[in-house]
Ligand binder design. Structure first.
Ligand code: SAM
Length: 291
C-alpha cells in the first residue's frame, strides 16, 4: 500500500471515512514524503527514540515516525480521527493515539507510561497553527525530559521564535524560547505540501533543550513579566513601557530609571535592542523593587 503522505492515498482515506476538514482545528495534512523524511533525518530519529506527536491527523507524519522510532505517542483532539487512525496505522504496533487536547493532557504521565524503553524523548509535529505558542510554552514551562523539538509552524511564528535582538521579529516569545532552548530554523516549507494548502507559509524549527537555562533566574514569573512588559508598545522606550508593568509605575518613574541605569541599561533603549543577558541584569536590580 502507498504511504499515507501522498495526495492519492490521502484523498482515498478521506473519501473512505467521509472525513471533512475542520479549519478551526488547523487541519492541513502533509502530502509530501520528502519533507517528512528530511525532518526525520534532521531530528535523528532511531529505534531508541520515543516520539511525542501533537495532532497526527490521518497519520501522514505518524506513519514515517513509526517506521523509524521505538515508540510514538500521538495526541489528537478530533474524535472523528480516532477510527481513521486505527485504520491507517494498523500495520504499526509501536504507536499509541491518545484522543485528548494536548493543552489538557498529562504529558509527564505519558512519558513515564510509554517511553521507559527509550533513550530519549523528542517532539515531532506539524502543529495546529492556531495554538503553536501555547503548545510550545506549555511543554517548555513544565521542564519535561524532552531533548529536542522539530516542529512545523507558521513562518512568522517560527521567525519570532528564533529571532535575535535588533530584528523586527524579536520579542518576548524569542526570549522565552531562548531561555529554555537553542532554537533555529531548519527548513522552509511550501504551501503545496499540504492538503488543503494553508493561507500562510510554513517553517520547521529545531529547538534543543538547554541542560541549564540560558540565564540564572529564581522568579521566572517576574522575569517574564519584565520581558513581556518591555514590548508592551514596541515603539516606546523600556522606561515608558515599564510605567505600566508596575503598580503606580508613573509615581516610581525615577526609581525605575535608576534601577535600569544600575543594570547598565540606558532607559531610552527599546525592548527589541535588549538581549536576554541584559534582561537578566534588569531582573536582578528590579526584583526587590516593591510593586
Ligand atoms: N500531523 C498531521 C499531518 O502532518 O498531516 C496533521 C497536522 S494538522 C496541521 C494539525 C492536527 O492537530 C490536526 O489533526 C488537528 O485535529 C490536531 N489538533 C488541533 N488542535 C489540537 C489540540 N489542542 N490537541 C491535539 N491535537 C490538536
Amino acid at each position: 500500500m502507498k504511504d499515507i503522505a501522498t495526495a492519492g492515498r490521502t484523498k482515498q482515506i478521506l473519501a473512505d471515512h467521509g472525513f471533512s476538514f475542520k479549519k478551526s482545528l488547523g487541519q492541513n495534512f502533509l502530502i509530501d514524503l520528502n519533507v517528512i523524511r528530511e525532518v526525520l533525518d534532521k531530528a535523528d530519529i532511531h529505534e531508541k527514540t520515543g516520539v511525542i506527536e501533537v495532532g497526527p491527523g490521518i497519520g501522514s507524519l505518524t506513519e514515517q515516525l513509526a517506521k523509524r522510532a521505538g515508540k510514538v505517542v500521538a495526541f489528537e483532539i478530533d474524535q472523528r480521527l480516532v477510527p481513521v487512525l486505527e485504520d491507517t496505522l494498523s500495520p504499526y504496533d509501536n504507536v499509541t493515539v491518545i484522543n485528548e487536547d494536548i493543552l489538557r493532557a498529562d504529558v509527564p504521565e505519558a512519558i513515564e507510561a510509554y517511553f521507559s524503553e527509550c533513550d530519549e524523548v523528542v517532539v515531532v509535529a506539524n502543529l495546529p497553527y492556531y495554538i503553536t505558542t501555547p503548545i510550545l510554552m506549555n511543554f517548555l514551562e513544565q521542564n519535561l525530559p524532552i531533548e529536542r523539538y522539530y516542529v512545523m509552524m507558521q513562518k512568522e511564528v517560527g521567525e519570532r521564535i528564533s529571532a535575535r535582538p535588533n530584528s523586527k521579529s524579536y520579542g518576548s516569545l524569542s526570549i522565552a524560547i531562548d531561555y529554555y532552548t537553542e532554537a533555529r530554523v531548519v527548513q522552509h516549507v511550501p504551501k503545496t505540501v499540504f492538503m488543503p494548502p494553508p493561507n500562510v507559509d510554513s517553517i520547521i524549527v529545531e529547538m534543543v533543550r538547554r541542560k541549564t537555562k540560558k540565564v540564572d533566574i529564581d522568579d521566572e514569573n517576574l522575569f517574564f513579566r519584565l520581558t513581556r512588559g518591555a514590548f508592551g508598545q514596541r515603539r516606546k522606550t523600556i522606561l515608558n513601557n515599564y510605567m505600566s508593568v508596575f503598580e503606580n509605575g508613573k509615581e516610581h518613574k525615577d526609581t525605575i530609571r535608576q534601577l535600569l541605569e544600575a543594570a547598565g541599561i540606558d532607559p531610552r533603549r527599546r525592548g527589541e535592542s535588549i538581549s536576554i543577558e541584559e534582561y537578566a541584569d534588569i531582573y536582578r536590580k528590579i526584583k526587590n523593587f516593591p510593586g
